[in-house]
Design a protein around this ligand. Structure first.
Ligand SMILES: Nc1ncnc2c1ncn2[C@@H]1O[C@H](COP(=O)(O)OP(=O)(O)OP(=O)(O)O)[C@@H](O)[C@H]1O
Ligand SMILES: Nc1nc2c(ncn2[C@@H]2O[C@H](COP(=O)(O)O)[C@@H](O)[C@H]2O)c(=O)[nH]1
Length: 221
């Protein structure tokens, strides 16, 4: 039975949330970018962190949407000015997270979604252990990973083989992540990711108005 409004008491303001950082990492080609894109389409109150990178832009990518594409000099200058929340060298290119947009989104009470490697995940966990939720995405098999990376064909065959060769080492990080999703069926993986997001939003410590709400509730009873 829906009891709301039946007592005649004044409806109270809904408790508000504290935003958190949702980090997706995986070996290259496991599907984290596809899952991240879809999650942003179907969920609200979550914004992507747009990284800066020195990697060349793929034809399918847009500057300022997928990444901010910068020169090594621009990257180093940003890093040295302390403008990056984390950064790493991944497969010979530099990648980093601009600090200010993340801080602004969190302060506004929304969540931030990161598609970053294990080195970045470790740096964020160290900087803000209570505000980071880490999800590791695994491929269902070695063959599936090879197939996904090769058929995506966004890199040269040499770079694809380099990324595949690095996969066992990247996978080593899986035990540092709170959640693990084996990305076999895409829709199921998305549903699991949405379940994580929903549950993490309900954590007591993220519902910032709960103490007042509960105190008022107890007073009125
Ligand atoms: N569950 C899935 N089943 C089949 N194909 C998938 C699945 N998830 C993603 N893919 C495909 O696998 C390829 C790699 O996915 P994606 O680019 O999202 O990987 P990634 O983890 O972000 O890789 P990278 O780290 O290299 O950026 C894409 O072509 C994508 O469409
Ligand atoms: N530590 C960081 N890693 C990042 C960041 N942005 C992306 N990445 C990771 O790099 C690899 C390769 O990405 P690709 O787009 O070239 O395929 C992948 O694991 C990304 O998650 C970042 O800002 N920091």
């Amino acid at each position: 039975m829906h009891e709301h409004g039946e007592t005649g008491s004044t409806p109270q303001e809904a408790p508000q949330r504290k935003g958190f950082m949702l980090v997706l990492s995986s070996p290259s080609g496991a599907g984290k970018t596809s899952l991240a894109r879809k999650l942003l389409e179907v969920e609200s109150d979550i914004a992507p962190s747009i990284s800066v990178t020195t990697r060349s832009r793929r034809p399918t990518e847009t500057d300022g949407v997928d990444y901010w594409f910068v020169t090594p000099e621009q990257f180093t200058a940003m890093r040295d000015r302390g403008e990056l929340l984390e950064w790493a060298n991944v497969f010979g290119n530099l990648y980093g997270t601009p600090k200010m947009p993340v801080e602004q989104t969190l302060e506004a009470g929304s969540d931030v979604l990161f598609d970053i490697d294990w080195q970045g995940g470790a740096q964020l966990r160290k900087a803000a252990p209570h505000d980071v939720v880490c999800v590791f995405i695994l491929p269902p098999s070695a063959e599936a990973l090879r197939h996904r990376l090769r058929s995506r064909a966004t890199e040269s065959p040499e770079v694809i083989e380099k990324r595949l060769a690095g996969a066992p080492h990247e996978i080593d990080a899986w035990q540092d992540y709170q959640y693990v999703i084996v990305n076999d069926d895409f829709d199921q993986s998305l549903a699991n990711l949405r379940a994580i997001l929903r549950a993490e939003r309900l954590r007591r410590e993220r519902q910032t108005r709960l103490p007042e709400f509960v105190a008022q509730l107890q007073q009125e009873l």
